[in-house]
Design a protein around this ligand. Structure first.
Ligand SMILES: Nc1ncnc2c1ncn2[C@@H]1O[C@H](COP(=O)(O)OP(=O)(O)OP(=O)(O)O)[C@@H](O)[C@H]1O
Length: 628
């Protein structure tokens, strides 16, 4: 592993951040108790107090020396993730009592989050970027702006080398939805690299080896050991490690039912349990042996009682041992390392974040071939199909009726597909946003601006393609001005629809929930377009829908564009009453639209899109989704 041999050469005395000057933290827990509130009832009411349930019970005098490697082990539900989240400042929903100290100073969740790295159990990365690009974007956003771009890239290359990612540096990340990419172990290392780029004093990892084969898991844990030797305190939770992996940890914390059963050097665990009467057989993996010992077996009452008694005895045994007493058996930090911790502020300017995120989002959209091609092919196919159905419309009564039907189809169908594509796109991208925003890489405002700007060109292009094919195939009003209005209206309704998709995704994460919300909204406002039901006939309590329906305004604009002042050849004598059926203004008045003013309808479409955009902005800003 290169990391052990290669000391970084990117010192920069002008900045706090450089590898050799990394401030590593000793992590100390004093009287730490973590509980949650369990509320009864079908719908938990915020003002009703629930029952308090302790998840972690009084963890005291637990010190993890700076630059060491600690593994938190325990049975399922023992509280490993809760502990990791608490000491990394990520347990907002829990009641935390007691103190967390970094280098002897009490720190609060906000401060902790800014100074540590947290590698989630699942890798939230954009699948279309290469390993190198992923780390470069993270470097550009996380490294201090006192570094030049060239220097940031140098640091990224160093990390790629340290994490043994050179062979796959130019390969795309990929995803489980069919996009081939790098292996699971490489994926984990990229996630670690992203966190390393904030130069954290402590690196936390939740089940870093889950889903990896044992060889890859061993390599990964070796990498983590190497990082700790670079003066990073590394703390991870892990499930049943192999014996050769177990040996790599400096310290082990054994948890069962929220109690500490052992905390101390890995080398001392066998002797500690032997002293309590539980000798680990030489041919058994110590991790398996100790985990079995601390598991409550509920197969039947008798064994459950036995295992509960044994666990109680082991917890007491630990409490009475020297290991549970402060500073016994553990190295303490030097005076230099006990310096007051200063939280890092965000490194880049707002404009820089927006421009970088726009570039990245463009890359992602263009490279997401399935979605990009689906959007393009779908637009062309939809234009050809609808153009084919309404091909070369006659100037007679049938043709006039078909024109009205065509406008309804155009304002509903194409935007509907846009909504689905938008939600599909954001359901993936927002998972990455949640992680990066939580990590403090950029502001939600910067992300919102970038996502709006990067998607707009695609709305403009796809609606141009659709309009160019459909308009002339259907034989609509044959003037350039009328075509341009048609294109503008279609662009605006598509933009408003995409904004609605974005809004749904910003409020509800995940494709299923967001598309359900968007579909319901769309069905509701779609019926009031003015084609299926005349808005003037709506019952009073539904009257408002047509005022907020983008489809109603788009339908009005397209109808006005076609019929206003446009008379079709009447087959009857000019003074025949039936000729009114061929006069555009008469047709419009029978449609009883909200407004025949195309410009006014376009402005309202913009207002509706702005409303959706404002809601998505507020949702991204104020609804916090904790990354998983
Ligand atoms: N926010 C919460 N609200 C209610 N209960 C919670 C909450 N967080 C954790 N718990 C409960 O606390 C216990 C410990 O959970 P935790 O996820 O920390 O365990 P774990 O050791 O990481 O388990 P596993 O290995 O299965 O992931 C579980 O019983 C869990 O249901």
């Amino acid at each position: 592993m290169t990391i052990l041999n290669e000391k970084s050469n990117f010192n920069d005395d002008s900045t706090r951040l450089s590898w050799t000057k990394t401030q590593s933290f000793e992590v100390e827990l004093r009287n730490l108790t973590v509980s949650c509130e369990i509320k009864s009832g079908l719908v938990p009411l915020p003002w009703v107090k629930g029952e308090k349930k302790e998840i972690l019970k009084q963890i005291d005098s637990l010190r993890v020396p700076a630059g060491s490697f600690l593994a938190i082990l325990g049975t399922s539900g023992s509280g490993k993730t809760t502990l990791l989240n608490t000491i990394s400042g990520r347990s907002e929903e829990l009641i935390v009592e007691g103190d967390i100290l970094f280098n002897g100073h009490k720190v609060f969740p906000e401060e902790i989050r800014k100074s540590v790295g947290y590698v989630l159990q699942s890798d939230q990365l954009l699948p279309t970027l290469t390993v190198r690009e992923t780390l470069q974007y993270a470097g550009l956003l996380r490294l201090p702006n006192t570094f030049t771009k060239a220097r940031k890239m140098e640091i990224v290359e160093e990390i790629i080398g340290e994490l043994a990612l050179r062979d796959c540096a130019n390969r795309q990340i990929g995803n489980s939805a069919g996009k081939r990419g790098i292996s699971g172990g490489e994926l984990r290392r990229v996630s670690i690299g992203v966190q390393m780029l904030s130069n954290p004093g402590v690196l936390y990892l939740d089940e870093p080896s889950s889903g990896l084969d044992s060889f890859t898991a061993h390599n990964l844990v070796e990498t983590l050991l190497s990082l700790s030797r670079l003066n990073k305190t590394v703390i991870c939770t892990i499930h049943q490690p192999r014996a050769d992996i177990f040996k790599l940890f400096d310290y082990v914390l054994l948890l069962s039912k929220g109690n500490v059963v052992y905390y101390g050097p890995t080398t001392g665990i066998v002797d500690h349990f032997a002293a309590l009467g539980y000798e680990c057989p030489y041919d058994v993996n110590p991790a398996d042996f100790f985990l079995d010992l601390i598991t409550i077996n509920s197969q039947n009452e008798k064994v459950e009682q036995e295992s509960t008694e044994r666990l109680g005895q082991l917890i007491e045994g630990y409490k009475e041992s020297l290991l549970s007493k402060p500073s016994i058996g553990l190295a303490s930090s030097s005076a230099e390392e006990m310096k007051r911790f200063v939280p890092e502020s965000r490194n880049t300017s707002f404009l820089y974040q927006v421009l970088l995120l726009i570039k990245r989002s463009f890359q992602h959209i263009i490279r997401d071939k399935s979605l990009f091609m689906a959007r393009l092919v779908e637009t062309i196919l939809m234009a050809l199909i609808t153009g084919g159905i309404f091909y070369n419309l006659e100037q007679d009564i049938g043709g006039i009726k078909s024109r009205i039907a065509a406008f309804y189809i155009v304002v509903i169908l194409q935007p509907y597909l846009i909504i689905i594509a938008t939600i599909l796109h954001y359901s993936e991208e927002l998972r990455v946003f949640d992680r990066e925003h939580y990590d403090g890489m950029y502001s939600s405002v910067a992300y919102w601006c970038a996502s709006k700007a990067s998607n707009l060109p695609f709305e403009i292009i796809t609606s141009f393609i659709f309009s160019s094919i459909f308009y002339w195939m259907a034989n609509l009003r044959p003037t350039l001005v009328a075509f341009l209005w048609f294109y503008l209206v279609l662009t605006l309704v598509q933009y408003a629809s995409a904004s609605m998709g974005h809004m749904s995704s910003s409020i509800i994460r995940g494709f299923a929930g967001a598309s359900l919300m968007a579909n319901l909204t769309m069905t509701f406002i779609g019926i009031s377009s003015g084609y299926l039901i005349n808005p003037a006939t709506f019952p009073f309590y539904l009257d408002w829908i047509s005022y907020v329906s983008m489809y109603a305004y788009a339908f009005s604009a397209l109808s006005a564009n076609e019929f206003l002042g446009n008379n079709y050849p009447c087959p009857y004598p000019p003074d025949d009453i039936q000729c009114a059926l061929y006069q555009g203004d008469q047709i419009l008045s029978r449609l009883e639209l909200r407004s025949n003013d195309i410009g006014f309808n376009c402005i309202i479409l913009l207002v509706i899109a702005t409303f959706f955009n404002t809601v998505s902005f507020l949702a991204l800003r104020f609804i916090k989704y904790k990354p998983k």
